[in-house]
Design a protein around this ligand. Sequence first.
Ligand code: MG
Ligand code: MG
Length: 253
Amino acid sequence: MTITNGSQRAALVEGGRRLARILEELGKRVAPGVSAQTLDDLAETLIRDGGDTPSFLGYAPDGTHPYPASLCVSVNEEAAHGLPQAAKVLKEGDVVILDLGLIHDSMVVDSAITVAVGQVDERSRKLLEVTKAARDAGVAAAKPGGRVGDISHAVQCVVESAGFTIIKALGGHGLGELVHEEPFIPNFGRAGTGALLEEGMVIAIEPIVGTGKAAIRVAPDGFSYITKDGSRVACFEHTVILENGAATPVTVV
Ligand code: MG
Ligand code: MG
């Protein structure tokens, strides 16, 4: 969406702040032995305690298969939409993407962090560092009057120069009124190409970055995307408002 007034902007900023605080809290709870279900239960409780609504719960982009949880918990080779089941228990050395959305005053915000479970190997540690840097490079490249490809190119440069892989089937998106809106924001491409970025636009910038090959498939649970080669994936995501010549992240504490 494109925001047109100060009350919409205020709601986005407040929603983003709330979401960032909840994600921070969830990140602190990540430890060996903690189940994904526990994290999802906490996420829903914290959202509802604030008077807000989980945006992923019941979300059904194709009109069927509503997503049954508030939080996506994607462990290791799970690239996105990992289902938070009780049997999914975090282990020392795992990496876990916590992706969460909420609706505050009719405004949808979306953010993700990737957290190391205990001590992780050096390649995983680097994966997290590079993916976060790629997200920040994407935010820095986003501005009103620019193009979607400016973001795509900035993300791709950071990821590929560090020897990691863009999971090309996934990417960022518009949002605000809905969970997913136009434009789709690929994490690879050429600067100066693609849809125009306009003043007041709300978008989610989210590199999805892997350690192996880019190919993914839907897991047997029907929701989770997993890499075909079993390689690990990370994601960091901010919701931003394009304004005053730059992108303002709202999903910050
Ligand atoms: Mg997300
Ligand atoms: Mg998103």
